[in-house]
Design a protein around this ligand. Structure first.
Ligand code: NAP
Length: 249
């Protein structure tokens, strides 16, 4: 392959300092993109990542920004366009879990998960829509989950947020297709990250037993799918939910 998949494109990734988001940052950079990423927690980790990318000759910038903050999303998108001149790909990756059975789930657990996982996707998609419409090109990739497709006991809040992403994705795909802006969702199964480290051992064994490939996926495998969906190699794919789950679904 002569040209890199994302050569000359600018990619914005929410939640880019750990897990799947960090792998997406690395993969997009390796495929020639200019990279902007957000994070909610430690600035030290973000700076370390920015330095690492700069040393590899990659143009990169990070923003401390709670993905649930509507006004901040617009500030971030504006700053990316200001710095790099374009904003070609948005990857809505930031997400959290606050698991509990329905009878024990507090209003705060419901609200927090819906805000950080679903409202965040609205925030950033709205923030990038204008520059993408002006450029008449764009690819938006939303991180859902197999739990959003199939449901999971103890994760009603998370499942609702990830299912909401699917309806949002399909609607935005229809709304923006005529402007050459695509919108797809990725639904990972069990991926080995800090998020899945929280799962108790017994439950973990059950999950692995139900995966035909008998292993967890890696963040890089998800990142490569996102890179493909961000690139022109997927130019005729929009409104889709792509499962990446080792055959689980
Ligand atoms: P993770 O290891 O916990 O990493 C989450 C990332 O999101 C971190 O970089 C974190 O930044 C950032 N983040 C969290 N809350 C944020 C907020 N409010 N604003 C901005 N950034 C925020 O999670 P992961 O496993 O990589 O998951 C990434 C995405 O994939 C999530 O949407 C998750 O639901 C989805 N997913 C994961 C799996 C899996 O098996 N791991 C399966 C299906 C779907 P800080 O470090 O700064 O907090």
């Amino acid at each position: 392959m002569s040209e890199k998949l994302l050569q000359g494109k600018t990619v914005l990734i929410t939640g880019g300092t750990r897990g799947i988001g960090e792998a997406i940052v690395h993969e997009c950079a390796a495929q020639g993109a200019r990279v902007a990423f957000t994070y909610a927690g430690s600035t030290a980790k973000a700076q370390e990542l920015e330095t690492q990318l700069a040393q590899a000759g990659v143009q990169a910038i990070s923003f401390q920004a709670d993905a649930a903050d509507f006004a901040r999303a617009q500030e971030v998108a504006d700053a990316v366009v200001e710095k790099f001149g374009t904003l070609d790909v948005l990857i809505n990756n930031a997400g959290i879990t606050r698991d509990n059975l329905l009878l024990r789930m507090g209003e705060d657990q419901w609200d927090e998960v819906l805000d950080k996982n679903l409202k965040s996707v609205f925030n950033y998609t709205k923030a990038v829509a204008k520059p993408m419409m002006k450029a008449r090109t764009g690819s938006i990739i939303n991180m859902s989950s197999v739990v959003g497709v199939n449901g999971n006991a103890g994760q009603a809040n998370y499942a609702a947020s990830k299912a909401g992403i699917l309806g949002f994705t399909k609607s935005i795909a229809k709304e923006l297709a005529s402007r050459n802006i695509r919108c797809n969702a990725v639904a990972p199964g069990f991926i080995a990250t800090e998020m899945t480290e929280q799962i108790p051992q017994a439950e973990l064994a059950k999950w692995l037993e139900n995966i035909p490939m008998k292993r967890a996926g890696t963040p890089q495998e998800v990142a490569r799918l996102c890179t493909f969906l961000g690139s022109d190699w997927s130019a005729y794919i929009t409104g889709q939910v792509i499962l990446i789950d080792g055959g689980m679904s």
